[in-house]
Design a protein around this ligand. Structure first.
Ligand code: ZN
Length: 232
């Protein structure tokens, strides 16, 4: 999972470890992010000699990352070259970092908690358990977020023992959602602003996000408000 360390890797070499049903390919190392944690899977190409196999879906099954390709032909032991659809991935990285910042500002500022979150290629969806909620308040948080996106605030990721992670204020809700038998968690930190346990891919500076725009906000009940925003 090379993306856990370096989210900016666009290409890598790999060896095919196994192929199931001619189209589910496991590699010895990969840059393709598998669907999970509210972030969609990466797409791109696996190239062997002059043959191109399009990666149409990536999932994680029993700890292994499986790349679904659009045609048969790859075999165990093949040496291949992987290329990401970088435009899609980079947009998802910007959205993911934007989502962490926006949620952090809103949760700290209002006491609301995130009850659901999904990134899509063109927008981000959030659910908050937020009773007093109107467009004006949301606009204020979008403006606050955009102010921070104009600054070169560093975003970094590293591992922490679970015990230490649980002591970080505001991180507990996230950590509880993880299986209890993981001794070490990956933390994504927006310096001076937010820390979350997270396995996703992020940009290195808030400035890379650019700006966000609120698309719409709707009430899904007394304690569930849904907010959509996108990268402008
Ligand atoms: Zn995240």
């Amino acid at each position: 999972m090379l993306f856990l360390d370096d989210s900016y890797l666009k290409e890598c070499d790999a060896v095919v470890v196994s192929v199931k049903d001619q189209k589910y390919v496991v590699l010895d190392q990969t840059i393709f992010y598998p669907k999970g944690g509210g972030q969609p899977w990466d797409t791109g190409k696996i190239i062997k000699d002059n043959e191109t196999y399009n990666v149409v879906y990536v999932g994680k099954f029993s700890g292994e990352i499986s790349h679904e390709v659009d045609r048969a032909g790859l075999k165990e032991g093949d040496r291949v070259h992987c290329v990401l659809d970088w435009e899609r991935r980079y947009k998802l990285m910007r959205s993911h970092t934007a989502a962490h910042l926006f949620a952090s500002l809103l949760c700290v500022g209002t006491g609301a908690l995130v009850t659901g979150n999904q990134l899509e290629e063109d927008y981000v969806r959030f659910d908050f358990n937020f009773e007093n909620f109107d467009r004006e308040i949301l606009d204020q948080y979008v403006a606050k977020a955009n102010e921070l996106f104009s600054k070169d605030i560093h975003v970094k990721w590293y591992e922490l023992p679970k015990e230490e992670t649980m002591k970080i204020p505001g991180i507990v809700k996230m950590a509880e959602a993880l299986p209890p038998d993981i001794p070490v968690l990956r933390i994504v930190e927006i310096e001076g602003v937010d820390r979350q346990a997270d396995g996703g891919t992020h940009v290195h500076s808030l400035r890379e996000v650019g700006r966000i725009e609120l698309i719409k906000a709707e009430s899904k009940g007394k304690n569930n408000k849904r907010v959509y925003f996108k990268i402008a």
